[in-house]
Ligand binder design. Structure first.
Ligand code: BGC
Length: 426
């Protein structure tokens, strides 16, 4: 056999082996719409218990999901998908922060609803609250040839490196819901008006406080999430004048008390308050913190209380703790995300409000921006958000306050969730 023929034969054998490998793995590992669809059953299973469950139970699916589901995307993506063929040309990679919160399962489901119409292959990976997994997910998507990465950073600053990797590989980076910070490697930001979310929460409490000395308990999101600052800033805009005039008395943050006469807080001042009242977006942390706050409080610090809770998951945890305290005669508690479990809490009078951030709109905006980039265009910009390095072009969406009074109209009639998901709807 000539050397040339030998090389050709060898090449043929290697190719045949590679094709055989693809045949074996292809069902779950090609980069067409299949992987996203493959992810779907897992997500659907996860979504069911999480949404239906009480906060305490919600921690369970999260833990269950951890070893198998989380490690998988990053690891499984590399060998097979790296070699995947031309479908990667238009691939849109989506990296969401965690399966452990119903909020992000909502986004996953909305993206999957769009798959049929998106016209491009999409793959969704989860980072499970870990910036290292997030980075591996981005690397995996880049290796598969993703031309657009839609990323919700676990930690806004830590995600800068992953965004830079995508930029270096020639992919466009869309920050999804949370802003990627301290890098110029962000091309667009799809978001809601997060300051308006905080203002809606603050306004709800302010509108219901009469007289003076109403006990106010403040809670915030994770300090690694830029949104936590925007939500708090919005709430402070509305609550601070009512704290300064004595309508509210802050009961659980000495830092907030020290700053209560200041209308506009610096980032550092907010960080000091958030440092004391952070839930870290974690249901169990929220529960423990609320318990600690009520243990430290006197009976006079309780009574009819007002609670700023940053989102639905933490609101349910905090609400359960306040509801169980004999010295709390009534409580009002805010939230956001219109999670199914919280809509049920609102119907049942256990949570006072939520802010609907329509994930159908957000996912559609993200896919529209991605396809615009793929076509060589520039997505619509109505404002910019400074991420510490650049002003990132963005088009924030409106939010809607949902209470028991408008829950049917805002949630059911709008088609956001079906009536069959709830009991006790009038
Ligand atoms: C999102 C919220 C979500 C929270 C916790 C925020 O960045 O805007 O909708 O509840 O993260 O995941």
């Amino acid at each position: 056999m000539s050397q040339k023929l030998f090389r050709l034969t060898l090449l043929f054998v290697v190719l045949a082996m590679l094709m055989a490998m693809f045949g074996a793995c292809g069902g779950s590992k090609t980069t067409t719409e299949a992987p996203a669809a493959t992810e779907a059953p897992a997500a659907t299973e996860a979504a069911a218990p999480a949404e239906a469950a009480t906060p305490a139970e919600e921690a369970t699916p999260a833990e269950e999901a951890t070893p198998a589901e989380e490690a998988t995307p990053a690891e499984e993506a590399t060998p097979a998908e790296a070699a995947a063929p031309a479908e990667g040309d238009n691939l849109v990679g989506i990296v969401l922060p965690t399966r452990d919160e119903p909020r992000w399962l909502q986004d996953q489901a909305r993206f999957e609803e769009l798959l049929g119409t998106a016209g491009v292959p999409v793959q969704i990976l989860f980072s499970q609250g870990d910036s290292a997994i997030e980075r591996t997910n981005v690397e995996s998507l880049i290796t598969q040839g993703a031309k657009v990465i839609i990323l919700t950073p676990q930690d806004g600053t830590a995600a800068a490196a992953a965004a830079q990797l995508a930029r270096d590989a020639g992919a466009k980076v869309i920050s999804y819901d949370r802003l990627i910070l301290d890098t110029d490697a962000v091309d667009y930001y799809v978001t809601f008006d997060s300051v308006a979310v905080g203002e809606a929460q603050g306004q709800f409490l302010a509108d219901r406080a009469e007289g003076e000395g109403n006990p106010l308990y403040l809670y915030a999101g994770a300090a690694t999430d830029n949104n936590a600052f925007l939500f708090f800033q919005g709430a402070w805009n509305v609550l601070q004048p009512k704290i300064a005039d004595g309508t509210f008395v802050i009961k659980n943050s000495s830092e907030a008390v020290a700053l209560q006469d200041k209308a506009e807080l610096t980032h550092e001042e907010m960080a000091n308050i958030i440092g004391q009242v952070t839930t870290n977006w974690d249901f169990n942390t929220a529960k423990s913190l609320a318990e600690a706050n009520l243990t430290a409080a006197t009976a006079e610090d309780k009574g009819d209380v007002f609670i700023l809770a940053p989102n639905d998951g933490t609101a349910r945890s905090i609400a359960d703790v306040f509801a169980a305290d004999a010295d709390v005669s009534s409580y009002l508690v805010t939230g956001q995300d219109a999670e199914i479990a919280s809509v049920q809490y609102i119907i049942d009078g256990k949570q006072s409000m939520t802010v609907l951030k329509d994930t159908r709109v957000l996912a559609a905006d993200a896919i529209a921006a991605a396809t615009t980039f793929l076509d060589g265009g520039t997505p619509e910009e109505t404002t910019t958000y400074n991420n510490g390095v650049i002003d990132v072009p963005a088009k924030p969406s409106e939010v809607v306050t949902v209470t028991k009074d408008n829950v049917k109209e805002a949630i059911i009639d709008s088609g956001y969730w079906p009536a069959s998901d709830f009991t006790g709807l009038e």
